[in-house]
Design a protein around this ligand. Structure first.
Ligand SMILES: C[S@@+](CC[C@H](N)C(=O)[O-])C[C@H]1O[C@@H](n2cnc3c(N)ncnc32)[C@H](O)[C@@H]1O
Length: 224
């Protein structure tokens, strides 16, 4: 297996293990990023632009809470995750809620099976910052392919101003920082060669279970 394949399986196994431990063993969602509402800045983005009935991908959907909140506002949602337990959990959380246009699928954004020009908007609240160290180019290629021309990526990543969550995962003898904590310039250097940056601001991973919330950077990016 080449290094990319090994990294992909390493990332998948790691997230499956973590999500399994949280949802199946621990049984209660204590992920520090978990929010049963939309973050105020994300809510504001939709309200200010009066955006209705969009095709949206909630990438790295985990519990599915963000996908469900957006579907409740009338958007058509696909929530994807690399972890089978996360997808099971999201379907369970959706339960029998009627009338929502939403599906949860197993999909790896670094080798995505989602079709070309499928979405008006991708929400990534915490996926890129855990795969940027080894899947940056695959991520960019997939997002550019699945977003319609002019479509939007809402990207929320951990900020370098956050002193907590400085964890290192081990791949062989290499330490990989996860989630990566971004300086403003670092994320702009990575994203701006491929997309138009409409806005970058300081923000939080607003949470309904964790206080004070983790400091984040929030980018509004267009598929130019
Ligand atoms: C920080 S959590 C996301 C939280 C969720 N977006 C929310 O707002 O509640 C990161 C999620 O990304 C998923 N993930 C990691 N690598 C991925 C990949 N290559 N493709 C899709 N999902 C991935 C993980 O399994 C995990 O559930």
């Amino acid at each position: 297996m080449d290094i990319r394949q090994r990294l992909k399986s390493w990332n998948r196994d790691k997230w499956e293990r973590k999500n399994h431990a949280m949802y199946t063993v621990y049984g209660e969602n204590r992920w520090p990023w978990f929010n049963d509402r939309l973050d105020p800045d994300i809510e504001e983005f939709f309200r200010e632009r009066n955006l209705l009935q969009l095709d949206i991908l909630d990438l790295g959907t985990c519990s599915g809470s963000q996908a469900m909140e957006l579907a409740r506002r009338g958007h058509r949602l696909v929530g994807t995750d690399i972890s089978e337990t996360a997808i099971k959990q999201a379907k369970l959380a959706l339960g029998g809620e009627q009338g929502l246009q939403i599906e949860f699928l197993l999909d790896d954004i670094s080798a995505s099976n989602l079709s070309e020009n499928r979405f008006d908007l991708v929400l990534d609240r915490g996926c890129y910052h855990s795969i940027c160290m080894f899947n940056h180019y695959e991520y960019v290629a997939s997002i550019k392919r699945i977003l319609r021309p002019g479509g939007t990526l809402l990207l929320k990543i951990m900020s370098s101003e956050e002193g907590r969550f400085v964890n290192y995962d081990k791949f062989g003898d290499k330490l990989i920082q996860m989630p990566y904590h971004f300086e403003k310039k670092q994320i702009l250097d990575l994203i701006s060669p491929h997309f138009g940056i409409e806005e970058i601001r300081d923000s939080f991973f607003y949470s309904s279970v964790f206080d004070p919330p983790a400091k984040a950077r929030f980018l509004i990016v267009s598929n130019t």
